[in-house]
Ligand binder design. Sequence first.
Ligand code: NAP
Length: 239
Amino acid sequence: MALAGRPMSTLVITGGSAGIGAATAAAFRGAGWKVVSLARRPCPVNDAVSVAVDFAQVSWEQVVQTEALPHVDAGVVCLVHNAALLLKDDALSLTAERLRQVLELNVVVPAVLNRLLAPRLQEGSSVLYVGSTLSEKAVARTASYVTSKHALVGLMRATCQDAAPRGIHTACVCPGFTDTEMLRAHTGGKAEVMAALSSLSGHQRLVKPEEVAALLLVCAQQPVIDGAVIHANLGQVEH
Ligand SMILES: NC(=O)c1ccc[n+]([C@@H]2O[C@H](COP(=O)([O-])OP(=O)(O)OC[C@H]3O[C@@H](n4cnc5c(N)ncnc54)[C@H](OP(=O)(O)O)[C@@H]3O)[C@@H](O)[C@H]2O)c1
C-alpha cells in the first residue's frame, strides 16, 4: 500500500513469469510495491502489470519503451535483472553465435534496460542483478553461462560507481541451486540429479525461490548494500 502523499514504489523485473522472478514479484507486491514484469508469459501475481516481451527479438527495446515505461511511476524504482538463458556448452568448442545468444539476454539486455530506465530512477532507487554461484566460480560444460554471470558482476560494480552519486544502489544476488524450471530443464527433470544437487548444499536441500526473493527485497530497501556480491546458496559443500 502506498503511504499517503507518497507515490508507490515500482518493481520492474525481467522474467517475472516464473521461478525466482515470479517469487520476487510476489514478495515486492506483498510489501506494497507496484510490479511490472517483462517476459514472454504473464506474471502470476495479482495486480502485476505483465508486458509481453521476448528479449530474443530485435523489437524488444521498442516494446519496453512503448508498453512498459508508461507503467513506471515517478518515485522509487527497483530494477531487477533476473531473466537469463542457461545452455550446456564447452569453452573449447563454444561458437560465437551461441556465446552471443547467451550474452545478449544475460548481459546486453540488463545494460540496455539500465539506459532505458535511468531517467526514471530517483534517489533511493536500486538496480539489482540476479547472478549465480557461477558468477564467481566455474563448472564444466557451462561456458557461456559462466562467462555471462561473471560479466554481470562487472556490470554491477560499474553500476555502483556510476549510479551511487545519484543515490541509486546496486547488488548482485547469487542464488545456488534453486528449485525452478531452469534447474529442472538443466537436469533433464531427473529426480536423482535434483537429489544429488540438494546434497551439494550444506542444508541438504535446494534453495526456495521465495528465499532469493526475500533477499532481493532487503537489498532494494537497504542502500547500505551497494556494490556487493551476495551469495544465497545454503552453504555449498566444496569437494
Ligand atoms: N534455478 C537455479 O538453480 C539458479 C541458480 C543460480 C542462478 N539462477 C538465476 O536466477 C535467475 C532466474 O532463474 P530461474 O531459475 O527462476 O529460471 P526460470 O524459472 O527458468 O525463469 C526464467 C525467467 O526468464 C524469462 N525469460 C527467459 N528467456 C526470456 C526471453 N527470451 N524473453 C523474456 N523473458 C525471458 C522467463 O520468462 P518467459 O519464459 O515467460 O519469457 C522466466 O520468467 C536467472 O538469472 C538464473 O541465471 C538460477
